[in-house]
Design a binder for this molecule. Structure first.
Ligand code: C6P
Length: 425
């Protein structure tokens, strides 16, 4: 059946099995953490939107640094420091290649997305946003892309404007157009929603802002692990990533920023390694990227991020994405067949996040009962309370899939949800 015929029959493309040649068993073998039992059951790890797992090659690279290279960077003339420096700066070049930034100095290492967005808030916001100015975010943002901008608005007397979404979890772009105006100083939106799975139409959002001369920040916490990111093609001004959602250790992350912005921004933190000269009268700052990397960074973690990028680049990422889409389709079909389950987030373009509520059952109870079965999901507001307010729920249960999950795992997950419905529903 062709896509046109399917659509004519009223079937959305998400309802059709997606053929893929992905060898999931080969990929699973790369992730040692998956080979364990929890409560006597094989671990079914479906909390990838919170933190994804780390392949053996990344673990090995981290241990090699600790065993053979551990040392501070950019400071020592000695052998170990030079090796550590070259591994750390090498990881930056891998990030550049991965997101197709023009220059590696446009990739600033941070501990994760939260720190990255705060860096832009302090560096860009406190310099370029003034009284009466406006910042546009969206209704589906994670708290880390709400609270920093709220703090800035309070400090500066600026105003936070919010692009609303509909009940499927899609942004209302006409409303966005109406919000953009000559007072807008920044648009800050997420690539993929961690609570709904929605993939936002970034190119559209960015080009509309640029027509008004407004820079755009993308919270890429959930985007970078699932989709190929080309910052030049997107033409975003900032793209922020968390390594622990990209198969790398916690404490790694990146702020991509266009050099023209980063050069003009204030440093985020003051201290060692971010200066050119210091006297008691005045400090002059180092060039990019050091200007934004005060103090000793998370060297082992960022080297691990470099290794995770090598790992990802060794996979067929398009096929991985198709496979994840098929897992999502399969899980959506199975879960929505259970009466009393309500899916939260039904956008046309979704990544592998499946949030739901069960009538009369608190999501925390769902999470706890699934844990007895060895199934790890997340229950709560997912640091997106405005999303919960929109859907009038206190919390949701959320399964989030990675390319190492299997349909058998989806079956175990769905069976466990059926048990919850039988016992508590
Ligand atoms: N979301 C989740 O379970 P940090 O914690 O700084 O690495 O990332 C923050 C963050 C920012 N934006 C989005 C879209 C995110 O999903 C997250 C982290 C986790 O959904 C923890 S709340």
């Amino acid at each position: 059946m062709t896509m046109a015929e399917m659509l004519a029959l009223g079937m959305s493309k998400n309802e059709q099995p997606i053929e893929t040649s992905w060898d999931v068993e080969r990929v699973r073998a790369d992730f040692p953490v998956l080979r364990q039992t929890v409560n006597g059951k094989p671990l079914v790890y479906l909390d990838n939107a919170a933190s994804s797992q780390v392949p053996q090659v990344v673990i090995d690279r981290g241990s090699r640094y600790l065993q053979e290279e551990h040392s501070n960077i950019h400071r020592g003339v000695h052998y170990l420091s030079q090796r550590a420096t070259s591994a750390y700066d090498g990881a930056r070049e891998k990030v550049r290649r991965f997101i197709n930034a023009r220059e590696s100095k446009e990739c600033i290492f941070v501990r994760g997305c939260t720190e990255g967005i705060n860096l832009v808030m302090h560096g860009y916001g406190r310099k370029f946003v003034g009284e009466g100015d406006e910042i546009i975010i969206s209704e589906m943002e994670h708290h880390s892309n709400i609270v920093p901008w709220q703090m800035l608005c309070e400090e500066k007397g600026a105003r936070l404007r919010v692009i609303p979404m509909d009940d499927a979890g899609e942004l209302l772009l006409d409303e966005y157009d109406a919000l953009l105006n000559e007072r807008t100083k920044l648009v800050a939106v997420m690539h993929i929603s961690n609570s709904l799975g929605t993939i936002n139409p970034l190119k559209e959002i960015i080009s509309r802002a640029h027509k008004m001369g407004v820079p755009v920040l993308i919270d890429g916490a959930q985007g970078a692990p699932h989709l190929k990111v080309d910052v030049q093609d997107l033409d975003c001004d900032f793209y922020i990533m968390s390594g622990h959602k990209m198969f790398a250790p916690t404490g790694s992350g990146v702020v991509y920023g266009k050099a023209e912005w980063l050069e003009r921004m204030n440093p985020f933190m003051g201290g060692g390694d971010m200066i050119r000269t210091v006297t008691f009268e005045k400090t002059t700052y180092a060039g990019l990227p050091n200007k934004f990397e005060a103090g000793t960074p998370a060297i082992a973690a960022q080297i691990g991020l470099g290794a995770a990028i090598d790992y990802l680049e060794g996979l067929d990422r398009e096929e991985a994405h198709r496979y994840e889409q098929e897992l999502l389709r399969y899980a959506t079909e199975k879960l929505s067949a259970i009466e009393s389950v309500r899916l939260i987030g039904t956008a046309r373009e979704k990544a592998s996040v499946l949030a739901f509520v069960i009538e009369g059952v608190h999501p925390h109870d769902v999470g706890t009962i699934l844990d007895y079965e060895g199934v790890a999901i997340r229950a709560g507001h997912h640091c997106a309370q405005p999303v919960m307010q929109h859907f009038k729920v206190p919390a949701t249960s959320r399964a989030s899939f990675a390319f190492y999950n299997t349909k058998e795992e989806v079956d175990i997950f769905v069976r466990a949800v059926e048990q919850v419905v039988e016992v508590l529903g």
